[in-house]
Design a protein around this ligand. Structure first.
Ligand code: DGP
Length: 122
Protein backbone atom coordinates (compact mmCIF):
# COMPACT_ATOMS: atom_id res chain seq x y z
CA UNK A 1 0.00 0.00 0.00
CA UNK A 2 1.42 3.32 -1.12
CA UNK A 3 1.33 5.40 2.05
CA UNK A 4 1.94 2.59 4.53
CA UNK A 5 5.15 3.06 6.54
CA UNK A 6 5.62 -0.69 7.07
CA UNK A 7 5.17 -1.40 3.34
CA UNK A 8 7.95 1.17 2.75
CA UNK A 9 10.16 -0.55 5.36
CA UNK A 10 9.55 -3.93 3.71
CA UNK A 11 10.53 -2.48 0.31
CA UNK A 12 13.66 -0.88 1.81
CA UNK A 13 12.42 2.65 1.09
CA UNK A 14 12.68 3.43 4.82
CA UNK A 15 15.69 1.96 6.66
CA UNK A 16 15.16 -0.57 9.44
CA UNK A 17 17.14 -3.14 11.37
CA UNK A 18 15.84 -6.28 9.70
CA UNK A 19 16.53 -9.47 11.61
CA UNK A 20 14.57 -11.94 9.44
CA UNK A 21 12.96 -12.04 6.03
CA UNK A 22 11.38 -14.67 3.81
CA UNK A 23 8.85 -14.54 0.98
CA UNK A 24 5.93 -13.84 3.36
CA UNK A 25 7.31 -12.34 6.57
CA UNK A 26 9.55 -9.39 7.50
CA UNK A 27 10.86 -8.87 11.05
CA UNK A 28 12.68 -5.79 12.29
CA UNK A 29 13.59 -3.98 15.52
CA UNK A 30 10.98 -1.58 16.88
CA UNK A 31 12.20 2.02 16.68
CA UNK A 32 10.87 2.71 20.17
CA UNK A 33 11.56 -0.46 22.17
CA UNK A 34 9.24 -1.22 25.09
CA UNK A 35 11.45 -4.09 26.32
CA UNK A 36 15.15 -5.07 26.00
CA UNK A 37 14.19 -7.13 22.94
CA UNK A 38 11.36 -5.68 20.85
CA UNK A 39 10.85 -7.00 17.34
CA UNK A 40 7.95 -6.39 14.96
CA UNK A 41 6.82 -9.23 12.70
CA UNK A 42 4.75 -8.20 9.69
CA UNK A 43 3.29 -9.94 6.68
CA UNK A 44 4.88 -8.62 3.48
CA UNK A 45 1.43 -8.51 1.99
CA UNK A 46 -0.48 -5.49 3.31
CA UNK A 47 -3.27 -6.39 5.74
CA UNK A 48 -4.69 -3.53 7.81
CA UNK A 49 -4.93 -5.41 11.10
CA UNK A 50 -6.31 -8.49 12.87
CA UNK A 51 -9.77 -6.97 12.45
CA UNK A 52 -9.61 -7.38 8.67
CA UNK A 53 -8.55 -11.05 8.66
CA UNK A 54 -11.15 -13.11 6.87
CA UNK A 55 -12.10 -16.73 6.21
CA UNK A 56 -12.76 -15.63 2.64
CA UNK A 57 -9.04 -15.22 2.05
CA UNK A 58 -7.34 -18.63 2.17
CA UNK A 59 -3.89 -17.04 2.67
CA UNK A 60 -4.79 -15.28 5.91
CA UNK A 61 -4.82 -18.28 8.24
CA UNK A 62 -1.54 -19.59 6.85
CA UNK A 63 0.07 -16.17 7.27
CA UNK A 64 -0.92 -15.90 10.93
CA UNK A 65 0.44 -19.38 11.66
CA UNK A 66 3.67 -18.46 9.88
CA UNK A 67 4.03 -15.19 11.80
CA UNK A 68 3.62 -16.97 15.15
CA UNK A 69 5.95 -19.85 14.21
CA UNK A 70 8.53 -17.30 13.05
CA UNK A 71 8.19 -15.39 16.32
CA UNK A 72 8.99 -18.61 18.19
CA UNK A 73 12.05 -19.27 16.03
CA UNK A 74 13.32 -15.71 16.47
CA UNK A 75 12.69 -15.85 20.23
CA UNK A 76 14.95 -18.92 20.41
CA UNK A 77 17.60 -17.31 18.22
CA UNK A 78 17.51 -14.10 20.26
CA UNK A 79 18.04 -16.03 23.51
CA UNK A 80 14.62 -15.42 25.05
CA UNK A 81 14.58 -18.84 26.71
CA UNK A 82 13.06 -17.43 29.91
CA UNK A 83 9.91 -16.34 28.12
CA UNK A 84 8.49 -13.72 25.83
CA UNK A 85 5.25 -12.04 24.84
CA UNK A 86 3.37 -11.53 21.59
CA UNK A 87 1.03 -8.55 21.28
CA UNK A 88 -1.03 -7.27 18.41
CA UNK A 89 -2.87 -3.99 18.84
CA UNK A 90 -6.04 -3.48 16.82
CA UNK A 91 -7.62 -0.18 15.87
CA UNK A 92 -7.73 3.09 17.75
CA UNK A 93 -8.94 1.74 21.10
CA UNK A 94 -6.42 -1.12 20.86
CA UNK A 95 -3.58 1.37 20.49
CA UNK A 96 -2.71 0.46 16.89
CA UNK A 97 -0.69 3.37 15.51
CA UNK A 98 0.47 1.73 12.26
CA UNK A 99 -2.34 0.30 10.17
CA UNK A 100 -0.40 -2.68 8.81
CA UNK A 101 -0.89 -5.91 10.75
CA UNK A 102 2.09 -6.47 13.05
CA UNK A 103 2.93 -8.66 16.00
CA UNK A 104 5.19 -7.29 18.74
CA UNK A 105 7.71 -9.83 20.09
CA UNK A 106 8.82 -8.62 23.51
CA UNK A 107 11.33 -10.16 25.88
CA UNK A 108 14.69 -9.94 27.56
CA UNK A 109 13.33 -9.11 31.03
CA UNK A 110 10.49 -10.13 33.34
CA UNK A 111 7.76 -8.21 31.59
CA UNK A 112 4.95 -7.84 34.12
CA UNK A 113 2.64 -5.37 32.44
CA UNK A 114 5.65 -3.98 30.56
CA UNK A 115 4.96 -3.78 26.84
CA UNK A 116 1.33 -4.73 27.12
CA UNK A 117 -1.11 -1.92 26.63
CA UNK A 118 -3.33 -2.90 29.51
CA UNK A 119 -4.10 0.60 30.63
CA UNK A 120 -7.12 2.37 29.28
CA UNK A 121 -8.03 5.99 28.76
CA UNK A 122 -10.87 7.30 30.85
P1 DGP B 1 1.38 -0.21 17.34
O1 DGP B 1 1.28 0.87 18.38
O2 DGP B 1 0.94 -1.57 17.87
O3 DGP B 1 0.71 0.16 16.04
O4 DGP B 1 2.94 -0.37 17.06
C1 DGP B 1 3.62 0.32 16.07
C2 DGP B 1 5.07 0.21 16.40
O5 DGP B 1 5.80 0.56 15.24
C3 DGP B 1 5.54 1.14 17.50
O6 DGP B 1 5.99 0.36 18.62
C4 DGP B 1 6.69 1.93 16.90
C5 DGP B 1 6.99 1.19 15.62
N1 DGP B 1 7.40 2.03 14.52
C6 DGP B 1 6.69 3.07 14.00
N2 DGP B 1 7.37 3.62 12.98
C7 DGP B 1 8.52 2.89 12.85
C8 DGP B 1 9.62 2.98 11.96
O7 DGP B 1 9.73 3.83 11.06
N3 DGP B 1 10.62 2.06 12.13
C9 DGP B 1 10.57 1.10 13.10
N4 DGP B 1 11.60 0.27 13.19
N5 DGP B 1 9.53 0.98 13.95
C10 DGP B 1 8.53 1.88 13.82
Amino acid sequence: MQDCIFCKIIKGEIPSTCIYEDEDVFAFRDINPAAPTHVLLVPKRHIDGADTLSDDDPEHAALIVKLIFTAGKLARELGLQDGWRLVTNVGEHGGQTVRHLHIHLLGGAALGDFGAKLEFRK
